[in-house]
Design a protein around this ligand. Sequence first.
Ligand SMILES: [Zn+2]
Length: 319
Amino acid sequence: MSTRSSFSRRSLLGLAGGLFGLSQTRLLSNSPAAQTAPTGDGSFSFAHLTDIHVTPKLRAPEGLRLCVQAVNALPQSTAFVLTGGDLIMDALDEEASYVRDQWACFDEAMKALRLPAHHTIGNHDIGGWSHKALIGKNAPEYGKSYFAEKYGKGSTYRSFDHGGWHFIILDSVALDESSGDYYGWIDDAQLEWLKSDLARTGKQTPIIVSTHIPFVSVWGQLNADPRRGEGPKGLINNGHLVRKVLGSFNVKLVLCGHGHVSERIELSHYNKTTFIQGGAVCGMWWKGKVAGNPEGFGVVTCRQDGTFSYEYRDYGWVA
Ligand SMILES: [Zn+2]
């Protein structure tokens, strides 16, 4: 049995809902961090907020404020927020002034967050990487530098440790110079960094990876011709090579966003890594649920024995 056929036969899948075709750091908030504490058994939790897509329009600031309130109300063992990318509605196709307005909305809503936040970059957080771009290549809002400087501690990929677990934040977005559009890709420099980061971490430490664009997703297959693959924007095109690098390490969980669906894929033979796509804070871009999947965020609990649990929470937004 080839690895690939083994994958398809033995994969376990749970799918809570979603919408076909919706492809599309440690930063401390300004407010004082809440007092967080691990539980008596040393476990801790964090909130995974992906596809926020905040904008001054569509009552989105009000929605994000409600989401932040729900995160602030999580138990004291909640240590931090990990965002999954697409923090703002769009920087790919919009003018620089509107992009700044969106970031201002994000900053304003996140001021109320009482936990530290680590941010993952998404395609919509990148200025002007589109054939329809309105941002010039010399503008400060162009490309990834705005995100890196303000939300990524100077980079779009990095790692950190918490409570005996190692967290790796990847940058899954690259530019196709010929089309002018983005696609899913982990570049060579990042792969080299990843190899050395993993070598430093060692093979025992439990690892959680955050990426915006998924390594795997079956949502398209479930909702259309099953032979249809995702396009270059839908998945990390060299994900198989990245997984090879991750494969011999203790990667428990890969969190992603991008498709606005809640999807869980477990490959029983592949180092027991679970792949979870974490729905969307904005649902269908602040216009309602995605095929029944509510606006929400994930809560991941990490235990000292290297196991975790995941729960998707509806924070009560009504579009
Ligand atoms: Zn995206």
